[in-house]
Design a protein around this ligand. Structure first.
Ligand SMILES: CC(C)(COP(=O)(O)OP(=O)(O)OC[C@H]1O[C@@H](n2cnc3c(N)ncnc32)[C@H](O)[C@@H]1OP(=O)(O)O)[C@@H](O)C(=O)NCCC(=O)NCCS
Length: 219
């Protein structure tokens, strides 16, 4: 499958929630992506199948909250709404195969989620999303990327390790549903030349293996 990555829009929420529920069935309450798209710290991306289309979403995009004159001028100046995915997408019918996101806090990007539809796993999509997240974090001037992952989640830990994340801590009983431990992982400085060189190599290898050339994440 050929796919591309872009920022998440409101019209994606239905499909993203579906993928979230499939990937994290026991997590309660479910993540609220409507809320996340309003959160200025949060940045979410989706991977879409280049060829497949689905029916128009059945949820209506929620109107944007009104901002005061100064705030809306600043948002316009930096094209903030477009960057956050608050503008309507050109096509509302793309088929989303996976999504990922992080919160930026100071110089740290904290990955909140990464998930691929079950039927599309092991086809390089999770890796594509991680590459895009790392590049987006670097563009937003993050220095490190961190996350928590279930101790039993070998697939995700292996993906993160491939991209230079190492275990830096353990939160005992972190997951509320079953009290499983959370492994804290972190990258080294992502702006360092050594990290960037590794990223380039991994990206090239991924592109060669899967035939997907990742462009800069489009809005
Ligand atoms: C983790 C996840 C996003 C990986 O997505 P994916 O598209 O299947 O992964 P890819 O095909 O891009 O694989 C990339 C790398 O991930 C690792 N990986 C993926 N699936 C794996 C598995 N089942 N076992 C071991 N390693 C695995 C490997 O290192 C792989 O690199 P390789 O191909 O060189 O071996 C996917 O399994 C998923 O959605 N899981 C449920 C949600 C989740 O647990 N998210 C993590 C929350 S912290």
């Amino acid at each position: 499958m050929r796919c591309y990555v872009r920022l998440m829009h409101r019209d994606d929420i239905l499909q993203v929630t579906e993928i979230d529920r499939e990937a994290f069935p026991t997590l309660w309450p479910p993540a609220n992506y409507q809320h996340e798209l309003n959160n200025r710290l949060a940045h979410y991306i989706v991977a879409c199948d280049e060829e497949k289309r689905v029916g128009a979403p059945s949820v209506k995009a929620i109107p944007e909250k009104r901002h005061s004159g100064l705030v809306s001028r600043v948002r316009r100046l930096f094209n903030y709404d477009r960057f956050l995915g608050n503008e309507p997408p050109s096509s509302a019918r793309e088929y989303i195969v996976g999504f990922a996101g992080f919160w930026i806090m100071a110089d740290e990007a904290h990955i909140t989620n990464i998930a691929v539809r079950n039927i599309h796993r092991r086809q390089g999509i999770g890796e594509l999303l991680l590459i895009a997240l790392v590049e987006l974090a670097a563009k937003l001037d993050a220095r490190i990327i961190t996350l928590e992952v279930r101790a039993s989640n070998i697939a995700a830990q292996s993906l993160y390790s491939k991209y230079g994340f190492t275990q830096v801590g353990l939160r005992r009983g972190y997951y509320t549903d079953d009290k499983e431990d959370g492994v804290i992982m972190s990258t080294p400085d992502i702006s360092a030349a050594t990290f960037q060189a590794c990223l380039r190599q991994l990206k090239q290898a991924h592109s060669k293996k899967w035939g997907i050339a990742l462009c800069e994440v489009a809005s």
